[in-house]
Design a protein around this ligand. Structure first.
Ligand code: AMP
Ligand code: TRP
Length: 320
């Protein structure tokens, strides 16, 4: 059975891009192997320096994942900082991580190109990520396209460490892309919190209506035939209500369906699809002790794994 492992940045209120691009995939994989997921709060420190906000975001992220269907009896959900062994492992990996490899990391290069001063934490971010993956002996890392380079770096560093210390310390993992690696936002660009074009998983009522009815469209009149593949409304609808997708495509092509009405159809489907998730979210939010207990239980298992891997690594390099 493969072991899946993936990390989630605690970035607060998650959206349909996160859901269809990552969360739904993670939920499905629970039945296809051993599933490990963690909330990457050490990583979050490279962009968030506000203790209260970080704590709230970690809680929100855990609530979202549980509400969306992660089942603590079928997966291990934990908080990265509950496994401090990963930071020691990061140091061991840093000693074999080539500078040129890190200088080539897109996440780092992007920030520098935008004139944002980078600190060493951001620079070495991929090595902390490698330690996350290797410390759990992960086989497969389900991620979005933006994380592929980081998994490649993990493979390089793991293989190099094994080679240089002449021991089979680390498993060399693979990445796996999900079914919906690109979910468009309400303006047609990639749905992303930083673009302000999201439909949040927990949005309801007026807020949800505002987001969906605000989807940008061209100015074709209702009577005009429309190409569904050019429409953000249709793309989102296909994800939310795949069974009705062909029928909607036919109505787009036939003409007579205005964008306003198409949005109303989409709104109704999003509202219905996420209602059970919203309800579970409310129950979890009202019971923080339950959420904390899940994370505490996950931490025990994840720490056991990390201790075992770290012991192998220390032995291979000659540390006591
Ligand atoms: P982020 O919060 O951007 O780190 O994203 C968390 C996870 O959601 C990552 O696996 C991303 O690849 C995925 N994700 C975020 N936005 C989208 C999107 N618009 N389409 C598909 N996947 C996404
Ligand atoms: N960097 C990932 C992101 O931004 C989160 C992450 C941290 C991760 N450690 C990981 C993902 C280990 C997979 C495996 O989405």
């Amino acid at each position: 059975m493969p072991r899946f492992l993936s990390g989630i940045q605690p970035s607060g209120r998650l959206h349909l891009g996160n859901y269809y691009g990552a969360i739904r995939e993670h939920v499905r994989l629970q039945d296809q192997g051993e599933a490990y997921y963690f909330i990457a709060d050490y990583h979050a420190l490279t962009s968030l320096r506000d203790a209260k906000a970080l704590r709230a975001n970690v809680f929100d992220t855990a609530v979202t994942y549980l509400a969306c269907g992660l089942d603590p009896d079928r997966c291990v959900l934990f908080r990265q900082s509950d496994v401090p062994e990963v930071t020691e492992l990061t140091w061991l990996l840093l000693t074999v991580a080539p500078m040129a490899m890190l200088e080539n990391a897109v996440s780092y290069k992007d920030k520098v190109a935008r004139g944002i001063p980078a600190d060493a934490g951001l620079f070495t971010y991929p090595v902390l990520m490698a330690a996350d993956i290797l410390s759990q002996d992960g086989d497969v890392v389900p991620v979005g396209r933006d994380q592929v380079q980081h998994v490649e770096m993990t493979r390089d560093v793991a293989a190099k460490f094994n080679r240089e210390f002449g021991a089979d310390v680390f498993k060399v993992p693979e990445y796996r892309l999900g079914e919906a690696p690109y979910v468009p936002g309400t303006d047609g660009a990639k749905m992303s919190k930083s673009y302000g074009n999201v439909v949040e998983i927990f949005a309801e009522g007026r807020e949800l209506e505002k987001a969906v009815m605000g989807i940008k469209t061209d100015s074709s009149p209702p009577a005009a035939p429309k190409n569904p593949d050019d429409s953000t409304i249709y793309k989102l609808f296909s994800l939310v209500a795949p069974d009705e997708r062909e029928a909607l495509a036919a109505r787009f092509r036939a003409g007579g369906l205005g964008y306003g009405d198409a949005k109303k159809l989409l709104l109704a489907r999003v509202d219905a699809a996420f209602a059970p998730i919203r309800e579970r979210g409310k129950a979890l939010r009202a019971d923080p002790a339950r959420v904390e207990a899940v994370l505490a239980k996950g931490a025990v298992t994840a720490r056991e794994n990390a201790r075992r891997v770290l012991a192998r690594a220390r032995k291979a390099c000659g540390l006591s």
